[in-house]
Structure formats: C-alpha cells, structure tokens
Design a protein around this ligand. Structure first.
Ligand SMILES: Nc1ncnc2c1ncn2[C@@H]1O[C@H](COP(=O)(O)OP(=O)(O)O)[C@@H](O)[C@H]1O
Ligand SMILES: [Mg+2]
Length: 325
C-alpha cells in the first residue's frame, strides 16, 4: 500500500485556544478516510492545514510526498477541495465553473472537453452541462463541486462535511458517487462529518474531539471495542446506582436513559425486569453504533451537540421572526 498522507503532531492554536491538539495519522492511497466529530472538534481546521489554506502552529503534514508548509504549490496541484460552505456562482453554468477551475489549475486545453465530460458523467450531471447553477438543487450543487474538485485529477479529494443540509436520499446518492470515484479512478478521499451513520461509509475513521484523535480504526473494529450489546433502560431515579451495584457494570446516564453493556443482551432483558419489579419503565437491547463508540470515548453523545445546534437555530428563528407575530 502507498501512503498518501502522513500527519505528525499537528497543532493549530488561535491565540491561546488550541483547535488542533497534536494530531497524528496516515492515509493510504485509495482509502476513504473520515474525520468524525462534533461541531468545533477541529475537523475543518485540520483540512485547511492539509490543503495549505492555514499554516500549522507546529507539527508536520506530508501530502503526496510534499510538505504542506514548504511545498504548498505542489500540494495544491495534488489535491481537490470541496469546502464546508457552498462555493458556486448562481449566474454561471456547470460547464463555466469547470472551465474557470481548469484555468486556475492549468488543465491543458487539449484535454479539457474530455475531462469536463468525464467528471460530469461521474457525478451524474452530464445532461446539465449548460444549465445555470441557479436551477440546481442542493444535491446537484454538491455533486458539481465534487466534479470540479476532480477536474485536474488530484491524488486526494478533500470533502468537508459534503452532505450537511441535504436530505437522506441525496446524502446516500453523494456517498454512492464518492465510492464509485474511489473504485473507478482510485482517488483517495479525506472527508469530515458529524453524522455518525454516515461515517459507516468510510474505510477507516478517526474520531476527533476537542482537537484530539480519540481512536482510529475501521467502523466495524470500533464497534467491536464496545464488546457485546447495549441495554437501554428508563425507570425510577435510584436505578442507575442499583443496576451498577447489582450487575457490576458501569451505567451511564444519557438524557433520561441509562446505558450499560452486557455480552448477550436478549437474554439479559428478562433478568433485569425480574430483578427490578415495578421499577423499569422501558427496556431495550441495541447493537452498538458509532454513537455508542463516541459516547464511550468522550463521555458525551454527539446527539447532544445536534440538539444544541437545533436549539441555536430555534433561537435564531425566534429572533428573526418572533417580533412579527
Ligand atoms: N480563525 C479562527 N480563529 C479563532 N478560532 C477558530 C478559527 N477557526 C476555528 N476556530 C475554532 O477552532 C475550533 C475548531 O473549529 P473547526 O476546525 O472549524 O471545527 P469543526 O470543523 O470540527 O466543526 C472551534 O472552536 C472554532 O471556533
Ligand atoms: Mg467544520
């Protein structure tokens, strides 16, 4: 296997705040590698350093054999970038976006028409070549940005939260395209997400929180670390301590739920119900998910972050609309 990215001890400080705190990892050619973590974890900052948009405070990053600080031009020629925030112009057509990009990246004129054909086909937009971006849906816009990122045949494609704000069906379609790209042209994909379910599509993921990598592995291996099934119980207030004492397990409180792990969940449920008569309101068994891995590693649920995001949106909506009612 060929290594395309090597990052060692990467640190980025903004004033006295440390956004990326000593991150190290490698990515192999043809891998779909994901950074998974809540908002503010340091995902975009890391991607910006790897794509030469930000200078690290310390540490090194080598991409396609080039140092991101000392050889930024070579690095830029080796990568394609899709930013977290959409960066398309409504007044231009799909083709015009690609021609502009080709000029910036010195794609030879002789291959341009063929390349544009190729990348638009890859993302399923060949028939919209001459359409104004104004007429594109959110998913089509993202696909055009991915096509643009591939036009100069980069070794590595960076996708920063490529599916944020898209509906589940469109998200699945984007993932299908990403996997096809890897299979057909062998491009290495480095992407970030805060959607746990989506990280399942990666070959390997790094779980990042507060600027630090908590674990790196395949999604399956990370879930195996949980060991067994998850029992989720709701019930009376004293239940957390009593379950822990009775079964000698660590019981975590997640909202109004109590979580603990056992080897064989289905057999355990009737035992809990019998041992705590009248005290269990609900009980369920769950196969561990990446959510549970995150919870175990960080002590927090990533869902809490999403909830607080939703709260912020609601607050914002009240500020904007509240006074008019
Ligand atoms: N230019 C900046 N100046 C100061 N703080 C920043 C800057 N960019 C990012 N941060 C902070 O660094 C942390 C990590 O940000 P970011 O990498 O964007 O997180 P993520 O992409 O994982 O949501 C956040 O707390 C953010 O507020
Ligand atoms: Mg980000």
């Amino acid at each position: 296997m060929t290594e395309v990215i090597r990052v060692e001890g990467l640190v980025k400080r903004f004033g006295d705040f440390t956004a990326v705190d000593g991150v190290s990892f490698t990515v192999q050619q043809g891998e779909i590698f994901g950074f998974l973590g809540p908002n503010g974890a340091g995902k975009s900052t890391t991607i910006k350093i790897l794509s030469t948009l930000l200078k690290p405070t310390s540490g090194t990053a080598i991409l396609a054999g080039y140092d991101v600080v000392r050889q930024p031009n070579e690095v830029r020629q080796s990568i394609g970038m899709v930013f977290q925030d959409p960066a398309l112009d409504n007044r231009l057509t799909a083709e015009e976006h690609l021609i502009l990009h080709a000029m910036l990246y010195n794609v030879p004129r002789s291959v341009l028409a063929e390349r544009i054909d190729q990348v638009l086909k890859m993302v399923g937009l060949a028939d919209r070549r001459k359409s104004l971006v104004r007429t594109f849906s959110g998913g089509m816009r993202r696909r055009l940005e991915i096509a643009r990122g591939l036009l100069h045949h980069p070794k590595v494609l960076f996708l920063d939260e490529p599916t944020v704000g898209l509906d589940p069906q469109t998200r699945a379609a984007i993932w299908e395209h990403v996997r096809r790209l890897r299979d057909e042209i062998g491009v290495t994909v480095f992407m970030t997400t805060h959607y746990m379910d989506e990280a399942e599509n990666c070959d390997r993921i790094a779980i990042i929180d507060h600027g630090k990598i908590q674990a790196i592995d395949t999604p399956a291996a990370l879930k195996r670390r949980i060991g067994g099934d998850l029992i989720i119980v709701t019930g009376d207030p004293g239940l957390q301590e009593d379950l822990a004492a009775r079964y000698g397990v660590e019981v975590r409180r997640v909202g109004n739920e109590l979580h603990f792990q056992v080897a064989a969940g289905a057999e355990f449920v009737p035992r809990v119900v019998a041992d705590f008569p009248g005290r269990i309101r609900s009980i369920q068994v769950k196969q561990p998910s990446l959510d549970d891995v995150f919870l175990q590693l960080t002590g927090r649920a990533i869902r809490d972050e999403e909830a607080s995001e939703l709260d912020l949106m609601r607050q914002h909506a009240r500020r904007v609309w509240g006074g008019r009612r």
